[in-house]
Design a binder for this molecule. Structure first.
Ligand code: ATP
Length: 414
């Protein structure tokens, strides 16, 4: 039985991953997990999300098929008890898939990918659930059924690329208080396991970034390429007592949200890989954000490196008109929020007024040529001059402290 779950949490506590962790414990008596539980990040631009738009799924190998009704009751009871129904934006969804047909697999592989890359209607999830006679329970406006079905879909169909995250949970009584984690052991854990783990610390900004600051039950999460790596890092970290921990398989850090597209095809609230040349030079706006314009075949989009991307903005400031680049990021309010860039070809030349008698010649007006003020020499055209650049071709990314869950770090690139 595949169980999918979403939208049980609020900003002031709880977290759907914790609910799944509790369920894993409760359901042990009925069978074992067939594989890792899944932590799926859905479209990061969905306005209904509480934090990271996470949805969860697990596949339970039942010892006795007759127990399936009992298992469903336990899951529903646990959600009834733990979900934060008082929060307006919390609309839990639970999905149970048993005896999947090839037809269902087909439908779900498309639906699940759309939940990561596109914006879905609650109606679309309900139609699939009814057409395939999938047991489910939706609460309030039932929006959680979208994420629950998408996560269950990935459990059924598999992930094209994946990483792992070990999430350690706090004791209930500690939730809301400051997290006690020994910083030196976190840096040691990172040093001992990187590049097989990443985003535990932000080296350039000298910050530990693997622990949230919210009152939820998560103590910290260690991301890595396999279970061994995250477990080794975990064994090195000293902290307040860990109530429980789970190793999830996840689509985090895979770039699954990115759609390869042309600038003219871009829609708000989706995420893209776009290529073009810089048509408007980078400029800094209030708040320290940097904006530039990218064009391709007459289509134009503004791209932004926001203040939290810190040192990444130094690179963006070095870009110039005429540079050919590929950008990776989410589009909101007609602006692409940069997650990383690849500089494909730097513009190494620029047109400038010619030099004569050790000074730049003066323009005599539009298409009138250039004149040396000292000796009177006249030249018709501007001169092509070689530029010296403080940036090289290649990839650049935001620091770990600004990384979005789905964004693939360069450490994972071959
Ligand atoms: P947390 O990270 O703390 O678990 P969250 O950020 O995952 O919280 P949710 O509380 O799960 O946020 O809220 C997101 C809601 O948006 C869910 O109801 C989910 O079903 C829905 N949703 C997710 N992806 C899409 C999508 N692509 N289109 C429409 N709705 C979506």
């Amino acid at each position: 039985m595949i169980i999918g779950l979403d939208d049980t949490d609020s900003r002031d506590g709880m977290c759907t991953t914790y609910l799944l962790a509790v369920l894993i414990e409760k359901l042990k008596a009925f069978g074992s997990l067939k594989d890792y539980p899944l932590l799926i990040r859905l479209n990061p631009n969905i306005k209904y999300k509480t934090r990271g738009n996470a949805a969860l799924a697990m596949e339970l190998e039942l010892k006795d098929r007759n127990d399936s009704q009992k298992v469903m009751e336990i899951v529903i009871k646990t959600v009834d008890k733990m979900a934060v129904f008082s929060e307006e934006n919390t609309n839990p969804g639970i999905v149970f898939i048993e005896n999947p047909t090839p037809d269902l697999k087909n439908d779900l592989s498309a639906f699940s990918l759309r939940a990561v890359q596109d914006v879905l209607e609650i109606r679309e999830a309900k139609e699939l659930l009814i057409r395939h006679e999938i047991s489910h329970k939706g609460y309030k406006n039932e929006r959680g059924l979208i994420g629950a079905l998408a996560a269950a879909g990935f459990s059924l169909c598999g992930l094209p690329d994946h990483t792992y995250e070990l999430i350690a949970y706090r004791e209930q009584k500690k939730c809301g208080s400051l997290r006690e984690i020994n910083p030196a052991t976190v840096w040691s854990a990172d040093a001992a396991t990187r590049p097989d783990t990443w985003d535990t610390v932000d080296i350039d900004n000298k910050r530990i970034v693997f622990a949230p600051h919210s009152p939820d039950p998560i103590l910290f999460g260690i991301r890595g390429k396999n279970e061994d790596a995250v477990r080794i890092a975990f064994s090195i970290i000293k902290s307040e007592p860990v109530e429980r921990y789970i190793v999830y398989r996840t689509n985090q850090n895979t770039d699954m949200h990115l759609i390869n597209a042309k600038i003219q095809e871009v829609k708000n609230d989706r995420s893209y890989i776009l290529s073009g040349s810089i048509s408007k030079s980078p400029r800094t706006i209030t708040g320290g954000h940097i904006i530039f314009g990218l064009s391709e075949d007459g289509a134009y989009i503004e791209c932004a490196a926001f203040e939290p991307t810190k040192g990444f903005r130094r690179i963006i400031r070095e870009l110039m008109k005429g540079d050919e680049i590929t950008v990776f990021g989410s589009v909101k309010a007609d602006t692409l929020n940069l997650e990383k860039i690849r500089v494909n070809r730097l513009n190494m030349t620029q047109l400038r007024n010619p030099v004569c008698c050790e000074k730049r010649m003066k323009s005599m007006g539009k298409r009138q040529g250039y004149r040396c003020e000292k000796c009177g020499t006249i030249k018709k055209e501007q001169a092509i001059e070689k530029l010296s650049r403080n940036i090289s071709e290649g990839f650049y990314e935001v620091p770990p402290s600004a990384r979005r869950h789905l964004s693939k770090p360069l450490i994972r690139f071959p």
